[in-house]
Design a protein around this ligand. Structure first.
Ligand SMILES: [Zn+2]
Length: 111
């Protein structure tokens, strides 16, 4: 019985990874609060307020066997996105600090 193609990512409290849970296991698991992921792990779902974890590699293979190249590009892209986000955050913080000491609220009005 295969649920490939009808799975949803679910972050596990056990390992923090986002496992793929098939549609059938999803309905079965909802009765007991534990879900069997495609990789075979039985997981408890993390709270929805918790950011999604890194995708479980074993589950990812079950869903769609990735080429090693595609996976590498994805990892690089998300790392770069995180880095630029951090840079922007730091720049914003630095500007705010400078504005507070030099020109007060004028900086905020101009922005
Ligand atoms: Zn998994």
């Amino acid at each position: 019985m295969s649920a490939v193609g009808e799975s949803v990512p679910m972050t596990a409290v056990e390992d923090g990874l986002a496992h793929e849970v098939g549609a059938e296991d999803l309905s079965a698991g909802s009765e007991v609060g534990r879900y069997r992921a495609l990789c075979g792990a039985v997981i408890g779902p993390a709270a929805l307020t918790v950011p999604a974890g890194a995708p479980c590699r074993s589950c990812a293979v079950e869903v769609a066997p990735p080429g090693p190249e595609a996976a590498g590009v994805d990892a690089r892209r998300s790392r770069r996105a995180a880095a630029s986000w951090l840079r922007a955050l730091r720049a914003r913080t630095a500007r705010r600090d400078a504005g507070a000491t030099l020109s007060g609220v004028a900086d905020d009005v101009a922005a």
